[in-house]
Design a protein around this ligand. Structure first.
Ligand code: ATP
Length: 269
């Protein structure tokens, strides 16, 4: 696969990142206890980044994603999208759901892409149809606009799911372990498909995984989080990686480095 160059630059006029997570502490409060999920986590995502949150189970990756989506408010710090504080959910941030097979099977591809636009009352029927067709063209699915999901491959269903999200014209796409339940070969195929689509459309992506390998394949930047509660351990650039360089010495060295950064603090001294 060809090398992927991200256009990861701050906004040319303002210098503002697409997403700023600034000293964010997140907690769950139940009547019996307070669970601290993350502690003072900071990172910036630039337009065109494929930004990956990587860390062991329970380090607060999903919680961070929920907070960016606006479903949970920080108890400390702030999340900003293009400089505006995130105060709740909004159509400018779209979560691409995990199970691509959950596309309603009775709706055609075009109807599936139109659905969120209509359900959120973003557009009327005629405009929604035009937007859906324009988005399908962008992701190379025009020929399948009237097809039903069961006639598509897994990779194409993922394209439809992402097209559905992109049709809302979000500023950032959010994906939480979307390939976790897949077998290894299908997972690789879906990663490939995601990267190919990014090549074509250059959306901004925030992607959660606990797979070191997947983080390096998908991400151009990877944030390493410590075990519970999540704190930032390091941020790495993975721009030189590709699916074909997976077994390379550089990738192996980075995998060792990530292991060390994630787990060396846990070893007894
Ligand atoms: N609804 C909730 N109520 C209370 N505690 C929660 C809730 N959801 C998550 N937690 C706790 O918050 C911490 C962070 O959870 P989170 O799901 O964000 O981690 P994660 O890194 O995404 O883990 P995984 O990779 O296993 O999904 C964990 O200790 C978890 O038990």
């Amino acid at each position: 696969m060809a090398r992927r160059q991200a256009s990861t630059t701050p906004h040319p006029q303002t210098g503002t990142p697409r997403l700023a997570v600034d000293g964010v502490t997140l907690e769950y409060r139940t009547p019996r206890q307070v669970v601290k999920a993350t502690q003072r986590v900071s990172f910036d995502v630039q337009e065109g980044d494929r930004y990956v949150l990587l860390g062991p189970s329970g380090c607060g990756k999903s919680t961070l994603l929920k907070a960016v989506a606006g479903f949970l408010s920080p108890v400390e710090g702030e999340i900003r999208l293009d400089g505006q504080r995130v105060a709740g959910p909004g159509p400018d941030r779209v979560v691409v759901f995990q199970e691509f097979d959950q596309l309603p099977p009775w709706k055609t591809v075009k109807q599936n892409v139109m659905f969120p636009l209509l359900a959120s009352r973003t557009l009327g029927r005629r405009e929604a149809e035009q937007r859906a067709l324009a988005t399908l063209e962008k992701v190379g699915l025009t020929a399948f606009a009237d097809a039903y999901p069961h006639t598509l491959s897994g990779g194409m269903k993922q394209r439809v799911a992402i097209a559905r999200a992109l049709a809302m014209q979000p500023r950032i796409l959010l994906m939480d372990e979307p390939f976790a339940a897949l077998d290894a070969l299908t997972r690789r195929k879906m990663q490939e498909e995601l990267l190919a689509l990014w090549e074509e459309v250059r959306f901004t992506l925030l992607f959660v995984t606990h797979s070191i390998e997947e983080a390096q394949i998908v991400g151009n930047r990877v944030l390493l989080l410590s075990p519970h509660p999540g704190r930032v351990r390091a941020e790495l650039g993975c721009e030189t990686d590709s699916l074909t360089s997976l077994g390379s010495a550089a990738t192996k060295a980075r995998t060792r480095q990530i292991h060390r950064l994630l787990f060396e603090h846990e070893r007894p001294s």
